[in-house]
Structure formats: C-alpha cells, structure tokens
Design a protein around this ligand. Structure first.
Ligand SMILES: Cc1cc2nc3c(=O)[nH]c(=O)nc-3n(C[C@H](O)[C@H](O)[C@H](O)COP(=O)(O)OP(=O)(O)OC[C@H]3O[C@@H](n4cnc5c(N)ncnc54)[C@H](O)[C@@H]3O)c2cc1C
Length: 376
C-alpha cells in the first residue's frame, strides 16, 4: 500500500480544507445552537461536487476514489459533524440505491438533482423495535397488481424533515427478506414526525417517518423483491469506512483546539503544555489519531482495490469511533472548566462524537461480528 497521497487526493483535501476553514468553521457553533439544517452550506458542498464524488462520471459523478472521499469527509467533519453527517447521508446511503436500481424517471428527476444538492434524500431502515436487528423490521409492502401499498413506522431518519425522497427498507407480504423502495416524500400517506431533540449533531435533523397506505408504482421497487439485505451488504463496508472518517474529522478538530490551548493557557507561570502529565495526554491522543487515520486509509485502499474488507472496515469504524470519543474526552480535560463552557467548541466535539459510536453499527455489534469472523 502506498501511504503517500497522490496529487489529485492532495488537491481534494486542500479544496475541502480551505472550504471548511473559510465557510464552515465560522458557522459551526451557530448551526449547533440554532438546530437548523444548514441548507446554504449543504448546497455549497454540492457545488464542490461532494455528492457525486463516489459515483462514476457516466452517472453524473466525479468518479473519484474512496481515499479522496474519506479525505473530504474528514475535512467536513473537522468543521461541523452536523453538516458532515447530512452531506455523507446524501452522498452515500441517501442516493446509492437510486444510482444502482433507479429507472430513468428516478435517475433524472431525483438522483441527478440530488448530486447537485437540489433534492435531499434519506434512508429509512431503523424502526422503533428494529435498530441493530435490521432483519426485524415490521414495515410491510403489500404486493398489488399495479405495484405496492406500504405501511410502517421508521425512526431516527437523518434529514427527514428536509427530505424530498426516501429509500425505505421493508418486507413484502410474499417474502421473508428485506426489499428496498423509493418513496418521494410528498406522496399521500408519508408523514414526517417532529424533529428528535438530540445531545449532539443538532444541525443534522432527525425524525420519525410514518407510511400509511402509501401507493407505490412497480418501478419504485429498487432491485428485486427480497434482495434488500444483499444490496445493503454491497455498501456496508463503505458506510463503516465513511463513519470512521467522520470520527477522524471530529477528533482532529478536538485535538487541534487542545494543542492550541495547551500552548497558550498558562498556570504556575508556564504554558500548561509544558507539564509532563499534559504532554503524555497529547502523546496518547496523537497515537490514537494517527493509527486510526492510517487504518481508515488502509480500509479505504482495500475497498478501492475491491479486496476483502468486511473485517477491516469494522475494525476501522470501531477503532476510529472509540478513539474519537477518547480524544474528545481528553481534549475537554485540557480545557478544564472552559471545556465545560458552551462558549468553546470542544464541548460540541465531545457531544457530536457520540454519534460515531452508533451510526454504521454500534461498537458492541461490531465487536460481536469481528469476534465471529475471527473465531467462527
Ligand atoms: C444521530 C443519528 C442518526 C441516525 N440516522 C439514521 C438514518 O438516517 N436512518 C436509519 O435508518 N437509522 C438511523 N439511525 C439509527 C441507527 O442506525 C440506530 O440507532 C442503530 O442501528 C442502533 O439501533 P438502536 O438505537 O435501536 O439500538 P439497539 O439496537 O436497541 O441497541 C441497544 C444496545 O444494545 C446493544 N446490542 C443490540 N444488539 C446486540 C447484540 N446482538 N449483541 C451485543 N449488543 C447488542 C447495542 O450495541 C446498544 O448498546 C440514526 C441514529 C442516530 C443516533
């Protein structure tokens, strides 16, 4: 594996770094406080080509590699995890199944517009009683002669309050396995509930979505009846690598702020960064951040080469998210009382980072699966 970024990857990293420093960082606190979807920034990220970054040029994307995508994700998450979570939803799970299975109507009217950021997509998998256990979903699509009638209740749906369309996981009444449906948000019977108040990621809006007798034409089935689980597996590794990249981004923000603070805050007549207990803390944080980052690049590289990566993507996500939470915790300690003050961003990193422990599979589920792959 080549550890040096190529020129194009460096260019992508620099473009998103500049954008984040100039446009995102100055607004990140406001996004969090107002708990509003940052539509303007979301559109600007679209103008940078982020939503089409991982899709081939033939589909209207940029056809960049997964390492480039991860670099952009890390930068966005360094600026605002709320913004980054909304943008990654749009660029991956929110649009992937439209790209894979959508017909001309879906591709032209929705997918192409979503790549520009003009239409917003969400994915509805989780239900009140089916979180980690996705096969336990109860949403059901009755097969009719014209198509399907969908009923069900979903929850924790990222971008739902602002979404134009959803990709929905449900079972049909004639099959045990999951199927995937395309559902425009303005169809009769689609009901978006009130926004869920959250600990972090406050500018990435999340809510329940109900489906009551929603009539879907045949072409709104994405893929085969019962083919949903297999299709989800196609992007599961990438979802995990992307979530790991989100974790690296927010951890980098916490680490950078803490370094700056340790150099400038004085106690006992010296910068606090000169005390040995502080230096040890920074050494520990640096080890976690660098090893997590390199492992994420390794998993991205495996993915790029289409090599086996299920275990590696889980290791990357598990390690990066646990490290991010540890780094954000340590960073707030460097700030001490100011790490407890809402005035400083470090508390936001600490709150936002919790999300990375959940999205893309909880640590417990990942440990179960990794253990199973090792031990059989
Ligand atoms: C901010 C945010 C945004 C989200 N966005 C979306 C979205 O856009 N679309 C969507 O569909 N979902 C979304 N989710 C939901 C997310 O995918 C689920 O929360 C996640 O799958 C976990 O499900 P759960 O919260 O119901 O927890 P549960 O599955 O109920 O788990 C509870 C606890 O039990 C543990 N546990 C469960 N099963 C096992 C097991 N077999 N072995 C060991 N431990 C176990 C878990 O690790 C956890 O600690 C989002 C969640 C958050 C927080």
């Amino acid at each position: 594996m080549d550890f040096e970024l190529n020129d194009l990857q460096k260019q992508v990293q620099q473009t998103f770094k500049d954008f984040v420093d100039r446009k995102v960082k100055p607004l990140a606190a406001e996004i969090d406080e107002k708990k509003e979807f940052p539509r303007d920034l979301f559109n600007q990220v679209g103008e940078l080509g982020f939503y089409g970054m991982r899709y081939p040029e033939s589909a209207g994307g940029n056809g960049l590699d997964i390492t480039s995508y991860c670099l952009a994700v890390m930068e966005l998450a360094r600026g605002s995890l709320s913004l980054a979570a909304s943008c990654t939803m749009q660029s991956l799970m929110g649009t992937y199944f439209l790209y894979r299975f959508g017909d001309d109507e879906i591709k032209n009217k929705y997918f192409a517009e979503a790549l520009k950021g003009n239409k917003i997509g969400g994915i509805c998998m989780t239900e009140p009683n089916a979180g980690s256990d996705l096969l336990g979903v109860k949403s059901i699509a009755k097969v009719t002669k014209d198509g399907f009638i969908l009923n069900g209740q979903k929850t924790w749906i990222t971008s739902a309050p602002v979404a134009d369309f959803f990709t929905v996981l449900a079972k049909t009444d004639n099959h045990e396995q999951l199927s995937i449906f395309f559902v425009p948000a303005n169809l009769k019977g689609v009901m978006v509930g009130k926004t869920i108040e959250k600990l972090g990621l406050c500018g990435s809006l999340t809510s329940e979505v109900g489906f009551v007798d929603v009539h879907l034409p045949k072409n709104y089935l994405l893929g085969q009846i019962g083919g949903g689980t297999k299709c989800l597996m196609e992007i599961l590794a990438e979802i995990r690598i992307m979530t790991a990249a989100l974790a690296i981004g927010v951890a980098t923000a916490a680490y950078e702020d803490a370094v700056e603070y340790a150099k400038t805050r004085e106690q006992f007549g010296k910068a606090i960064g000169t005390f040995q207990a502080m230096r040890t803390k920074f050494a520990d944080m640096a080890v976690q951040l660098e090893t997590a980052k390199h492992y994420v690049f390794y998993a991205a590289w495996l993915s790029e080469k289409n090599m086996p990566r299920q275990k590696e993507s889980m290791l990357a996500k598990l390690y990066a998210s646990e490290c991010a939470n540890s780094i954000c915790d340590q960073a707030t300690r460097v700030f001490a009382s100011y790490g407890f003050a809402m005035e400083y961003p470090v508390q936001r990193y600490f709150r936002d980072a919790r999300f990375t422990l959940i999205g893309g599979g909880t640590s417990e589920i990942l440990k179960n699966n990794i253990g199973k792959m090792i031990l059989g």
